[in-house]
Design a protein around this ligand. Structure first.
Ligand SMILES: [Zn+2]
Ligand SMILES: [Zn+2]
Length: 253
């Protein structure tokens, strides 16, 4: 199994996971044309996508889902709550995700959806298991729950939100109401919250950590690295910051 970030941040998110002959796209916050361009950088033909999984209905995750699914006849998976917000238009194949029913498989890829606290109708995130390895994707959450800790504790590779630095948010351009939303329990994870999560798991087991969904106003890659590595210096050579404007390399799980 391997994965790549096609871009991450408040202007658009998409992650590609490949396992055997299965290719799953998680979220498509980019317009169809932009997604095609980014997939081309990895030499991936969008017509070969097996499925699109949607975490929630915010535009930075769902913008291109309908257009890409229609253009390439890709089945889409989402929760009933996300579907209810009706952001994708007509879909030729739709599968509902039940976060409380355990895992399901797409081809040979095992997918475990789990609920997260975020200000959307029924947001979820995912773990993927293939060949005995587990990759967990965790962005867009305001706080870490015991259930999330259970899920993260088993992963070998983690893509983790580091949305904002608390000082930069407090002294930045956002009005107080937006600051409260971002740092609230249904908002986004701060660098400190992400570091606390990492301190609670056996992070020495992580073969790679990709940090994602950085705010362009209230965070910086340097600040993220500094915060995490102050507590966990051993992660230094296994830490990558996902970019908003660029496609990452492939990360082997
Ligand atoms: Zn988001
Ligand atoms: Zn969101």
């Amino acid at each position: 199994m391997r994965f790549a970030s096609l871009g991450s941040g408040s202007k658009g998110n998409a992650t590609l996971i490949e396992a055997g002959d299965v290719r799953v796209l998680v979220d498509c916050g980019f317009a169809a044309k932009e997604l095609e361009k980014r997939l081309a950088e990895l030499a991936v033909d969008p017509a070969t996508l097996t499925a699109i999984l949607v975490t929630h209905e915010h535009g930075d995750h769902i913008r291109g889902v309908g257009p890409v699914a229609r253009r390439y006849q890709v089945p889409v998976w989402m929760t009933a709550g996300t579907l209810k917000t009706d952001r994708c238009g007509q879909l030729s194949e739709l599968n509902l995700i039940n976060c409380h029913a355990g895992n399901f498989t797409i081809g040979g890829l095992e997918v475990t959806p789990f609920p997260v606290p975020h200000d959307a109708r029924e947001p979820c995130q995912f773990s993927f298991v293939h060949g005995g390895r587990c990759f967990t994707l965790l962005t867009d959450l305001g706080q870490v729950t015991p259930h999330i800790m259970q899920e993260v504790a088993r992963c070998d590779v983690l893509l983790l939100e580091c949305n904002h630095d608390l000082d930069m948010l407090a002294n930045g351009p956002y009005p107080p109401r937006l600051q409260a939303r971002v740092s609230g329990t249904f908002g986004h994870l701060s660098n400190c919250q992400a570091t606390e999560l990492l301190l609670q798991i056996e992070s020495s087991k992580l073969s790679h950590l990709v940090v994602a969904h950085l705010s362009q106003q209230n965070n910086s890659p340097e600040r993220v690295r500094e915060t995490i590595l102050k507590s966990l210096p051993e992660l230094g050579d296994r830490l990558t910051v996902a970019q908003q404007n660029g496609v990452s390399e492939w990360f082997e799980c």
